[in-house]
Design a protein around this ligand. Structure first.
Ligand SMILES: Nc1ncnc2c1ncn2[C@@H]1O[C@H](COP(=O)(O)OP(=O)(O)O)[C@@H](O)[C@H]1O
Ligand SMILES: [Mg+2]
Length: 168
């Protein structure tokens, strides 16, 4: 039997919420992140993270933990939250600003071209990461999963910490 592939646009009725979802950008351990934009917009300037929780995960963490934390943390070096939908108790869709990529992929691409970050670039990123962490901690939040995959570089070229999925 052929099963029709249900597109995330239809599954969560993004159109009725004013958005279009495009290609998959990347998938982490929990979420799938797609390009996204407001209907009629020219550029894919947003990203949507879809997380599907298992019944046991839903019981332990609940759908709104990551959203609550991200909503609260407004900082130039933290990915900007736009809005979120929890269609049911197991699904989370978080719309956020688009970034250009994660630090793991950026470093990998450089390596393949036998390049590396300049000392200055590394210092600038490091300083921005430290400032973001300091801000996160001053809000009594711990990220608990800082690694290159969760450090994005924004369209403005600056660090954008993402993935508050296991934060407290
Ligand atoms: N706003 C974004 N813009 C561009 N890419 C993103 C964005 N958010 C996440 N990604 C990409 O998707 C990956 C997975 O997202 P993440 O929130 O870390 O999910 P998980 O909880 O599954 O690790 C990231 O490592 C990054 O490559
Ligand atoms: Mg991640």
């Amino acid at each position: 039997m052929r099963r029709a592939k249900v597109n995330i646009n239809d599954r969560f009725n993004f159109k009725s919420r004013g958005y279009v979802v495009g290609e998959l950008i990347d998938a982490g351990a929990f979420g799938k992140v797609y390009e996204c934009k407001r209907i009629g917009a020219a550029d894919w300037d947003l990203a949507v993270k879809h997380v599907e929780l298992s019944a046991s995960e839903a019981q332990i963490i609940g759908v709104d933990a990551e959203i609550k934390i991200l909503m609260q943390l407004k900082h130039p070096y933290i990915i900007k939250y736009v809005e979120s939908f929890t269609p049911d108790n197991y699904n989370i869709c978080v719309i956020m600003e688009m970034a250009s990529g994660n630090l793991r992929d950026i470093l990998k691409e450089k390596k393949e071209k036998q390049e590396r970050l300049t000392e200055h670039e590394a210092l600038v990123y490091f300083s921005q990461i430290v400032q973001a962490m300091s801000f996160i901690h001053s809000n009594n939040v711990i990220h608990r999963d800082i690694k290159p995959e969760n450090i994005l570089i924004g369209l403005d070229g600056k660090v954008k910490i993402c993935d508050f999925g296991v934060s407290r």
